[in-house]
Design a protein around this ligand. Structure first.
Ligand code: F6R
Length: 261
């Protein structure tokens, strides 16, 4: 796991966008895994800015898979993750809706919607780079504490904490769905490169538990320690509870230019 303490959310956005672009340059038909929430937005804006300035790669052959989706919102709801990703990133990059997939909460057969989604990911050849945020309780995607480290895409119930955290996107807490379809932790571990971004003080303890704590279902994001290729980009506030912060800084400062991410 490469932990990279950076100076600001803006610096994170530049590095994260560079990582995503490098994957697409290397593999024009890359498969991108996309998270929603506030954390990746600066990165998505950076990607859009570079694309509009014709500095980015072509996304003409790229396919995307969303990490998760609310269950129970009307189709096309502005806070559905499908609508959010289209609005915040993929429309602007020219990636058509037919190439942006998400777990289907309107499926007639909701219990097997997860299985169907996994089959779609597999048929696309798997995810090349998966963008991830972390919950203040250590959740990864919507795998809340206690989720199996081997879990697959399925329906989960959000914790009260996560519903409160996400109420800012809705008119009131009551409007936040109680259920979601989320990639499982075992599913996420199959992506080739995991890119976790954490910003702000509310993420400091969860980040420290994920990076330096024991691997445990009590902190679902700690499952990242089992993956061979993880990059963790942190702003100073999110990095503030790490015991080995000085070491991560030394490693990043001494990072050879040829190494990449
Ligand atoms: C979003 C997702 C969640 C968020 C997490 C952090 O697709 O799966 O795990 O990454 O809740 O959300 P923000 O970034 O809003 O703090």
């Amino acid at each position: 796991m490469e932990v990279v303490p950076l100076g600001s959310a803006g610096q994170i956005a530049a590095v994260a966008a560079g990582i995503v672009e490098a994957v697409v340059r290397r593999k024009p038909a890359a498969v991108l895994g996309l998270a929603t929430g506030s954390t990746p937005l600066p990165t998505y804006r950076e990607l859009l800015g570079r694309h509009k300035a014709a500095l980015g790669p072509s996304y003409a052959a790229v396919t995307c898979f969303n990490l998760d989706e609310y269950v129970g919102l009307p189709v096309g709801h502005q806070q559905s993750y499908r609508a959010t990703i289209a609005r915040e990133l993929t429309d602007g990059l020219g990636i058509g809706a037919d190439r942006v997939h998400g777990p289907n909460p309107s499926s007639d057969d909701l219990p097997i919607a997860g299985e169907c989604y996994e089959a779609l990911i597999a048929a696309a050849g798997g995810i090349d780079v998966q963008v991830l945020g972390i919950g203040s309780d250590g959740h990864l995607a919507f795998n809340e504490p206690g989720s199996s480290l081997a879990s697959r895409t399925r329906i989960k119930t959000l914790t009260a904490q996560t519903r409160e955290d996400n109420a800012r996107f809705f008119g009131s807490l009551d409007e936040v769905p109680t259920h979601v379809l989320t990639q499982g932790l075992g599913t996420i571990l199959e992506a080739r490169h995991l890119l976790l971004i954490a910003t702000g003080e509310t993420k400091a303890d969860a980040t420290a538990a994920a990076v330096e704590g024991p691997v445990s279902a009590s902190c679902p994001a700690s499952v990242l320690q089992l993956h061979p290729h993880v990059t963790v980009l942190l702003d100073p506030a999110a990095a503030s509870s790490l015991d080995r912060l000085a070491h991560y800084r030394e490693v990043y400062c001494a990072k050879p230019a040829w190494q990449g991410f």
